[in-house]
Design a protein around this ligand. Structure first.
Ligand code: SF4
Ligand code: SF4
Length: 537
């Protein structure tokens, strides 16, 4: 029996696409993270149908399917779920593949076998319609390859071509007054001489950003360090210069900054407010956690110094959201308690990142602690979903970011814009892959004066591309995770382009949690996801 090529809408089986991922079988991806998409025509014997890469799941009595190649989420009918179950083998045959499985095992069937298995309970017409709809949505593939689907994005060839800059992260102070024991920047200087960026270099950075930003109407300048507020005079001058320069060429420059908060005087806070500088504060929760590792160089904790300054910042600075960035380390895994403390202080959003480490660092999270963190993320996720219908802005930014990726149906060949739309500028004007690779000669990709070294950039893009990471090729979260942070992989395995395979199971479990949160929110409050899409949360 063949499959009909048109769907009769009056007989559809209840498949509803609920994320905004488009059926992209012939579409090129929209931005820099993608490159072109290859069509995968899975070979099968004549007459056979097989599953594409999918992850079926059920929640609150409803059935869903996550289509891996397009990052699309579909609600499906009982009949469609039953059709899918017929194709599944072994552990996955309950229709809920375990999140630890890299790929779902499935068998090939001919349409007659599917019809015969289900005709006692469904009409032949509805079964055939169900097969057809699943085919159109890329869930089923047929022997003629008529449903090409995206697999792994092609490696884009960028050598020699300019690439528009969206963000520059300026190392305005290659120095820090604190000595946090887990610092990836060697306590603020990245192993290079302690120095401040000059006014000339900062202004050159602004010119470089504007000249190389292509058609982007808005670009972002990030003040980073070390501790950037050690060089506040430069920040103040650069904001004034960049604002004028942006106006002259009709572009808007957004400013942001990451700070340890120790230098937040009333004067600086008013400046940040008046110039709409987005602020992210590095803080690890209440004093008992924060002071464990966020200390001065003499070992004294910094909490008592920053707490009143942060309260003043949160009271005065309302022109942009103020975020808390928490680094999770050995002994600092009480995510809910930390979240409550920081939201009670008044932070608009709180994001958590496991520390970048090797196993023998004494601050590294143990495997047990990683799973504790996930359990804690589960508590915050439940609260987030429970409160989502209210007008309150959700503050757990890890989940907001994941939901946005799911809703937009992202397909990322790279986990971030590092080396592409985003570059780090070192204190002397050298360009680096991102802020975490500042002052590292090995990761330099040009200078402000000579521009981006296109050959180096192409080399970097080749080794870090998702298609160059073998473990990721069969992973169902690959288009969202993209192999993980380049810096984390580099720190852990000593080479650029290594997937962060030490925590794949964790990443898959977290994205699985996000999928369930997504469909629950879609059921309760679809308008929230629209707000999310517009960046209105
Ligand atoms: S690094 Fe990410 S994409 Fe690669 S296998 Fe692990 S979880 Fe999957
Ligand atoms: S490489 Fe890692 S630290 Fe750098 S921008 Fe990407 S995700 Fe962030």
């Amino acid at each position: 029996m063949g499959l009909p090529t048109q769907i009769d809408p009056s007989h559809h089986t209840g498949l509803v696409q609920i994320s905004t991922a488009k059926a992209r079988s012939n579409a090129a991806p929209s931005d820099a993270h993608g490159g072109q998409i290859v069509s995968s025509k899975v070979p099968a014997k004549p007459g056979e149908i097989r599953l594409a890469e999918i992850r079926p799941f059920s929640f609150h009595g409803k059935h869903y399917v996550f289509v891996v190649p397009v990052t699309g989420i579909f609600e499906i009918s009982e009949l469609a779920a039953e059709i899918i179950r017929l194709f599944l083998i072994g552990a996955a045959s309950d229709g809920e593949a375990v999140y630890t499985a890299a790929a779902i095992e499935s068998r090939s069937l001919v349409a007659d076998e599917v019809v015969n298995a289900l005709r006692a309970r469904y009409t032949i017409h509805s079964i055939v319609q169900g097969l057809s709809e699943l085919q159109v949505l890329g869930v089923l593939l047929t022997e003629d390859g008529s449903q090409p689907v995206q697999a792994v994005p092609f490696l884009p060839k960028l050598s020699g071509k300019p690439f528009p800059q969206r963000s520059l992260v300026l190392n305005v102070a290659n120095d820090c007054n604190l000595g946090c024991t887990y610092c990836f920047a060697s306590q603020g200087d990245y192993g290079a001489p302690r120095r401040f960026m000059s006014q000339e270099t900062a202004r050159e950075s602004v010119d470089f950003l504007l000249q190389n930003s292509g058609d982007h109407p808005t670009v972002t300048l990030v003040f980073f360090g070390g501790e950037p507020l050690m060089n506040f005079r430069l920040i103040s001058d650069t904001v004034a210069y960049a604002t004028r320069a942006g106006e002259l060429v009709g572009k808007r420059i957004d400013f942001s900054m990451t700070t340890n908060a120790t230098y937040l005087t009333p004067e600086i806070i008013h400046f940040l407010r008046d110039h709409r500088v987005g602020v992210a504060v590095s803080i690890d929760g209440p004093k008992k956690f924060h002071d464990l590792r966020r200390t001065y160089k003499n070992g004294m904790g910094s909490y008592d110094m920053i707490q009143p300054r942060i309260m003043n910042l949160l009271r005065e600075h309302k022109t942009r959201p103020v975020a808390a960035r928490v680094t999770l380390t050995h002994g600092v895994t009480a995510v809910s308690e930390i979240f409550d403390h920081l939201t009670e202080m008044g932070f608009d959003e709180v994001g958590f990142a496991p520390v970048t480490s090797s196993d023998d660092d004494n601050y590294a999270l143990t495997p047990e602690e990683f799973w504790q963190v996930l359990e804690e993320f589960g508590k915050l996720t439940a609260k987030y979903v429970g409160g989502v219908s209210s007008t309150e802005r959700p503050r757990f930014s890890n989940l907001t970011n994941l939901l946005a990726d799911l809703h937009q149906g992202v397909i990322k060949a790279y986990p971030c814009g590092a080396g592409l739309g985003l570059l780090g500028v070192g204190s002397t004007g050298k360009l680096y892959l991102c802020h975490r690779f500042l002052e590292s000669d090995e990761h330099q990709v040009g200078t402000l004066a000579t521009g981006v070294d296109r050959a180096r950039q192409a080399e970097f893009m080749a080794v870090t591309h998702l298609s160059a990471k073998p473990p990721c090729q069969i992973c169902w979260v690959r288009n969202i995770c993209s192999g993980g942070c380049h810096h984390e992989g580099y720190k852990r395995y000593g080479t650029l382009g290594h997937a962060t395979i030490h925590r794949c199971e964790w990443i898959r479990a977290w994205i699985n949690m996000g999928l369930h949160a997504y469909v629950e929110i879609m059921e309760k409050s679809p308008a929230f996801l629209e707000r999310l899409e517009k960046g209105d949360t």
